[in-house]
Design a protein around this ligand. Structure first.
Ligand SMILES: Nc1ncnc2c1ncn2[C@@H]1O[C@H](COP(=O)(O)OP(=O)(O)OP(=O)(O)O)[C@@H](O)[C@H]1O
Ligand SMILES: [Mg+2]
Length: 259
Protein backbone atom coordinates (compact mmCIF):
# COMPACT_ATOMS: atom_id res chain seq x y z
CA UNK A 1 0.00 0.00 0.00
CA UNK A 2 1.23 3.46 -0.92
CA UNK A 3 0.15 6.32 1.30
CA UNK A 4 0.42 9.72 -0.36
CA UNK A 5 -0.31 13.12 1.17
CA UNK A 6 -1.28 15.86 -1.26
CA UNK A 7 -0.15 18.97 0.52
CA UNK A 8 0.71 22.62 0.18
CA UNK A 9 -0.13 25.27 2.76
CA UNK A 10 -0.89 27.65 -0.07
CA UNK A 11 -4.58 27.72 -1.00
CA UNK A 12 -6.05 27.11 -4.44
CA UNK A 13 -3.04 25.40 -6.01
CA UNK A 14 -4.89 22.28 -7.19
CA UNK A 15 -4.56 19.90 -4.20
CA UNK A 16 -8.18 18.78 -4.24
CA UNK A 17 -8.40 18.62 -8.03
CA UNK A 18 -5.30 16.43 -8.00
CA UNK A 19 -6.63 14.21 -5.21
CA UNK A 20 -9.92 13.61 -7.02
CA UNK A 21 -8.56 13.06 -10.50
CA UNK A 22 -5.50 11.07 -9.51
CA UNK A 23 -7.74 8.92 -7.31
CA UNK A 24 -10.07 8.42 -10.26
CA UNK A 25 -7.16 7.43 -12.56
CA UNK A 26 -5.71 4.98 -10.05
CA UNK A 27 -9.12 3.38 -9.57
CA UNK A 28 -9.57 3.12 -13.36
CA UNK A 29 -6.22 1.32 -13.44
CA UNK A 30 -7.74 -1.25 -11.05
CA UNK A 31 -5.92 0.05 -8.01
CA UNK A 32 -8.07 -0.03 -4.93
CA UNK A 33 -7.91 3.57 -3.80
CA UNK A 34 -9.06 5.34 -0.66
CA UNK A 35 -9.19 9.13 -0.59
CA UNK A 36 -9.28 10.67 2.87
CA UNK A 37 -10.71 14.18 2.82
CA UNK A 38 -8.84 16.00 5.58
CA UNK A 39 -10.02 19.46 4.63
CA UNK A 40 -12.90 20.97 6.63
CA UNK A 41 -14.02 22.60 3.35
CA UNK A 42 -14.74 19.01 2.19
CA UNK A 43 -14.23 19.89 -1.47
CA UNK A 44 -12.91 16.45 -2.39
CA UNK A 45 -16.04 14.88 -0.87
CA UNK A 46 -18.47 17.05 -2.81
CA UNK A 47 -16.25 16.83 -5.91
CA UNK A 48 -16.87 13.07 -5.95
CA UNK A 49 -20.60 13.37 -5.47
CA UNK A 50 -20.61 12.31 -1.83
CA UNK A 51 -22.48 13.96 1.01
CA UNK A 52 -20.43 15.42 3.85
CA UNK A 53 -20.46 13.24 6.92
CA UNK A 54 -20.54 15.23 10.09
CA UNK A 55 -19.69 12.44 12.50
CA UNK A 56 -18.70 9.25 10.72
CA UNK A 57 -16.14 10.43 8.19
CA UNK A 58 -12.74 12.01 8.78
CA UNK A 59 -13.94 13.45 12.09
CA UNK A 60 -14.52 10.00 13.57
CA UNK A 61 -11.31 8.65 12.05
CA UNK A 62 -9.19 11.37 13.67
CA UNK A 63 -11.04 11.11 16.95
CA UNK A 64 -10.90 7.33 17.28
CA UNK A 65 -7.74 6.51 15.34
CA UNK A 66 -9.40 3.78 13.30
CA UNK A 67 -11.09 3.64 9.89
CA UNK A 68 -14.33 1.72 10.40
CA UNK A 69 -16.34 0.51 7.43
CA UNK A 70 -19.07 3.04 8.28
CA UNK A 71 -16.54 5.82 7.59
CA UNK A 72 -15.93 4.70 4.02
CA UNK A 73 -18.21 5.75 1.16
CA UNK A 74 -18.07 4.81 -2.48
CA UNK A 75 -17.55 7.62 -4.99
CA UNK A 76 -20.72 8.13 -7.00
CA UNK A 77 -18.57 8.77 -10.06
CA UNK A 78 -16.07 5.93 -9.93
CA UNK A 79 -16.91 2.54 -8.43
CA UNK A 80 -13.32 1.66 -7.54
CA UNK A 81 -12.69 4.86 -5.62
CA UNK A 82 -13.57 5.03 -1.93
CA UNK A 83 -13.73 8.13 0.19
CA UNK A 84 -13.59 9.01 3.85
CA UNK A 85 -15.76 12.13 3.70
CA UNK A 86 -14.83 15.41 5.33
CA UNK A 87 -16.98 17.94 7.12
CA UNK A 88 -16.54 21.37 8.71
CA UNK A 89 -16.49 19.64 12.10
CA UNK A 90 -12.99 18.35 11.30
CA UNK A 91 -11.75 21.92 11.94
CA UNK A 92 -12.73 21.55 15.59
CA UNK A 93 -10.02 18.89 15.97
CA UNK A 94 -7.23 20.99 14.50
CA UNK A 95 -6.25 22.55 17.79
CA UNK A 96 -6.30 19.27 19.71
CA UNK A 97 -4.09 17.75 17.05
CA UNK A 98 -1.72 20.71 17.17
CA UNK A 99 -1.37 20.91 20.94
CA UNK A 100 -0.84 17.20 21.35
CA UNK A 101 -4.14 16.27 23.00
CA UNK A 102 -4.61 14.03 20.03
CA UNK A 103 -1.47 12.38 18.79
CA UNK A 104 0.22 13.29 15.52
CA UNK A 105 0.20 9.50 14.93
CA UNK A 106 -3.62 9.32 14.87
CA UNK A 107 -4.01 8.99 11.16
CA UNK A 108 -1.06 6.66 10.82
CA UNK A 109 -2.69 4.16 13.16
CA UNK A 110 -6.04 4.58 11.43
CA UNK A 111 -4.60 3.89 7.99
CA UNK A 112 -2.80 0.82 9.30
CA UNK A 113 -6.25 -0.59 10.07
CA UNK A 114 -7.03 -0.75 6.32
CA UNK A 115 -3.58 -1.68 5.05
CA UNK A 116 -4.74 -4.96 3.54
CA UNK A 117 -7.59 -3.43 1.60
CA UNK A 118 -6.12 -0.63 -0.51
CA UNK A 119 -3.31 -0.20 -3.00
CA UNK A 120 -3.30 3.56 -2.57
CA UNK A 121 -4.37 5.95 0.14
CA UNK A 122 -4.51 9.59 -0.93
CA UNK A 123 -4.94 12.35 1.63
CA UNK A 124 -6.27 15.73 0.54
CA UNK A 125 -4.82 18.25 3.01
CA UNK A 126 -6.23 21.65 3.96
CA UNK A 127 -4.18 24.76 3.12
CA UNK A 128 -2.56 25.16 6.52
CA UNK A 129 0.44 24.13 8.59
CA UNK A 130 -1.55 22.84 11.51
CA UNK A 131 -2.11 19.51 13.19
CA UNK A 132 -4.11 18.01 10.31
CA UNK A 133 -1.41 18.27 7.61
CA UNK A 134 1.22 17.21 10.16
CA UNK A 135 -0.87 14.10 10.92
CA UNK A 136 -1.06 13.41 7.19
CA UNK A 137 2.70 13.83 6.73
CA UNK A 138 3.32 11.56 9.71
CA UNK A 139 1.13 8.86 8.16
CA UNK A 140 2.40 9.22 4.59
CA UNK A 141 5.10 7.37 2.68
CA UNK A 142 5.41 10.29 0.29
CA UNK A 143 4.06 13.70 -0.63
CA UNK A 144 2.77 15.25 -3.83
CA UNK A 145 3.14 19.04 -3.75
CA UNK A 146 0.94 20.74 -6.33
CA UNK A 147 2.01 24.27 -7.19
CA UNK A 148 0.46 26.80 -9.47
CA UNK A 149 2.74 28.17 -12.19
CA UNK A 150 2.84 31.60 -10.53
CA UNK A 151 5.69 33.83 -9.40
CA UNK A 152 5.28 33.26 -5.68
CA UNK A 153 5.14 29.48 -6.00
CA UNK A 154 8.81 29.11 -5.09
CA UNK A 155 8.40 31.02 -1.86
CA UNK A 156 5.61 28.76 -0.62
CA UNK A 157 7.53 25.70 -1.73
CA UNK A 158 10.45 26.26 0.58
CA UNK A 159 8.03 26.50 3.51
CA UNK A 160 6.32 23.18 2.77
CA UNK A 161 9.67 21.50 2.13
CA UNK A 162 10.83 22.72 5.56
CA UNK A 163 7.74 21.24 7.25
CA UNK A 164 8.21 17.95 5.41
CA UNK A 165 11.83 17.79 6.56
CA UNK A 166 10.79 18.56 10.13
CA UNK A 167 8.23 15.73 10.18
CA UNK A 168 10.79 13.46 8.53
CA UNK A 169 13.34 14.16 11.25
CA UNK A 170 10.96 14.03 14.19
CA UNK A 171 8.43 11.36 13.31
CA UNK A 172 8.63 9.76 9.89
CA UNK A 173 12.19 9.04 8.67
CA UNK A 174 11.03 7.30 5.47
CA UNK A 175 9.01 10.28 4.24
CA UNK A 176 9.96 11.68 0.83
CA UNK A 177 8.65 14.06 -1.77
CA UNK A 178 7.27 11.90 -4.55
CA UNK A 179 7.13 14.96 -6.73
CA UNK A 180 6.28 18.59 -7.24
CA UNK A 181 3.32 18.90 -9.60
CA UNK A 182 3.05 22.01 -11.74
CA UNK A 183 -0.62 22.89 -12.19
CA UNK A 184 -2.76 25.39 -14.09
CA UNK A 185 -0.10 25.89 -16.72
CA UNK A 186 -0.95 28.30 -19.50
CA UNK A 187 1.49 28.01 -22.38
CA UNK A 188 0.41 31.35 -23.81
CA UNK A 189 1.88 33.09 -20.78
CA UNK A 190 5.62 33.66 -20.90
CA UNK A 191 5.90 33.91 -17.13
CA UNK A 192 4.35 30.46 -16.70
CA UNK A 193 7.21 29.07 -18.77
CA UNK A 194 9.70 30.99 -16.66
CA UNK A 195 8.24 29.59 -13.44
CA UNK A 196 8.47 26.03 -14.80
CA UNK A 197 12.11 26.59 -15.75
CA UNK A 198 12.92 28.10 -12.38
CA UNK A 199 11.29 25.23 -10.47
CA UNK A 200 13.04 22.63 -12.62
CA UNK A 201 16.37 24.40 -12.20
CA UNK A 202 15.96 24.57 -8.46
CA UNK A 203 14.56 21.13 -7.71
CA UNK A 204 15.87 19.07 -10.61
CA UNK A 205 13.91 17.52 -13.41
CA UNK A 206 12.28 14.11 -13.45
CA UNK A 207 15.21 12.84 -15.48
CA UNK A 208 17.82 13.82 -12.94
CA UNK A 209 19.50 10.88 -11.29
CA UNK A 210 18.18 9.85 -7.91
CA UNK A 211 14.74 10.80 -6.67
CA UNK A 212 12.16 12.33 -8.95
CA UNK A 213 11.51 15.78 -7.65
CA UNK A 214 9.42 17.50 -10.32
CA UNK A 215 6.93 15.42 -12.31
CA UNK A 216 7.38 15.38 -16.08
CA UNK A 217 3.62 15.84 -16.31
CA UNK A 218 2.41 19.42 -16.16
CA UNK A 219 -1.33 19.97 -15.66
CA UNK A 220 -2.63 22.59 -18.08
CA UNK A 221 -5.06 25.31 -17.09
CA UNK A 222 -8.32 24.13 -18.60
CA UNK A 223 -11.77 25.56 -18.12
CA UNK A 224 -13.17 22.00 -18.22
CA UNK A 225 -11.51 21.39 -14.83
CA UNK A 226 -13.38 24.22 -13.13
CA UNK A 227 -16.61 23.41 -14.99
CA UNK A 228 -16.32 19.81 -13.80
CA UNK A 229 -15.97 20.91 -10.18
CA UNK A 230 -19.09 23.05 -10.47
CA UNK A 231 -20.93 19.85 -11.49
CA UNK A 232 -19.36 17.93 -8.58
CA UNK A 233 -17.49 15.65 -10.97
CA UNK A 234 -13.87 14.79 -11.66
CA UNK A 235 -12.79 16.25 -15.01
CA UNK A 236 -12.07 12.71 -16.13
CA UNK A 237 -15.76 11.94 -15.98
CA UNK A 238 -16.93 15.36 -17.16
CA UNK A 239 -14.84 15.34 -20.37
CA UNK A 240 -12.22 12.67 -20.75
CA UNK A 241 -10.97 14.27 -23.97
CA UNK A 242 -10.23 17.61 -22.30
CA UNK A 243 -6.64 18.75 -21.83
CA UNK A 244 -7.12 18.75 -18.06
CA UNK A 245 -8.29 15.12 -18.08
CA UNK A 246 -5.42 14.07 -20.32
CA UNK A 247 -2.99 15.82 -17.96
CA UNK A 248 -4.28 13.80 -15.02
CA UNK A 249 -4.18 10.54 -16.99
CA UNK A 250 -0.52 11.28 -17.74
CA UNK A 251 0.11 11.95 -14.08
CA UNK A 252 -1.54 8.67 -13.13
CA UNK A 253 0.66 6.83 -15.62
CA UNK A 254 3.76 8.58 -14.34
CA UNK A 255 2.94 7.69 -10.74
CA UNK A 256 2.23 4.07 -11.69
CA UNK A 257 5.50 3.97 -13.62
CA UNK A 258 3.74 3.28 -16.95
CA UNK A 259 5.48 6.09 -18.87
N1 LIG B 1 -5.94 22.64 -14.23
C1 LIG B 1 -6.89 23.50 -13.88
N2 LIG B 1 -7.46 24.31 -14.80
C2 LIG B 1 -8.42 25.19 -14.45
N3 LIG B 1 -8.89 25.35 -13.20
C3 LIG B 1 -8.37 24.57 -12.24
C4 LIG B 1 -7.34 23.61 -12.51
N4 LIG B 1 -7.01 22.98 -11.35
C5 LIG B 1 -7.80 23.52 -10.40
N5 LIG B 1 -8.61 24.47 -10.92
C6 LIG B 1 -9.60 25.27 -10.19
O1 LIG B 1 -8.90 26.08 -9.27
C7 LIG B 1 -9.59 26.15 -8.04
C8 LIG B 1 -8.67 25.64 -6.91
O2 LIG B 1 -8.38 24.27 -7.13
P1 LIG B 1 -8.39 23.24 -5.93
O3 LIG B 1 -9.64 23.36 -5.13
O4 LIG B 1 -8.03 21.92 -6.48
O5 LIG B 1 -7.17 23.79 -5.08
P2 LIG B 1 -6.78 23.47 -3.56
O6 LIG B 1 -5.30 23.60 -3.48
O7 LIG B 1 -7.38 22.19 -3.13
O8 LIG B 1 -7.48 24.67 -2.79
P3 LIG B 1 -7.63 24.79 -1.18
O9 LIG B 1 -6.27 25.17 -0.71
O10 LIG B 1 -8.65 25.86 -0.99
O11 LIG B 1 -8.06 23.46 -0.67
C9 LIG B 1 -10.85 25.31 -8.20
O12 LIG B 1 -11.91 26.17 -8.53
C10 LIG B 1 -10.55 24.41 -9.36
O13 LIG B 1 -11.70 24.05 -10.10
MG1 LIG C 1 -8.59 21.75 -1.48
Amino acid sequence: MKIIAIANQKGGVGKTTTAINLGYCLALANKNTLLIDLDPQANATSGLGIAQDKFYGTYQVLLEGIIKSESIKQSTHCPGLFVVPGSPLVASLEQRLTTGHLSSQRLKGAIASVSNTYDFVLMDCPPSFGGIPVNALTAANSVIIPIQCEYFAMEGLSQIVRIINKVKTEANPGLFIDGILLTMYDNSLQYNKEVVEEIRRHFGSADASGQTKVYKTIIPRDVAVSEASSFGKPVLEYDITSRGAIGYIELGREILGYN
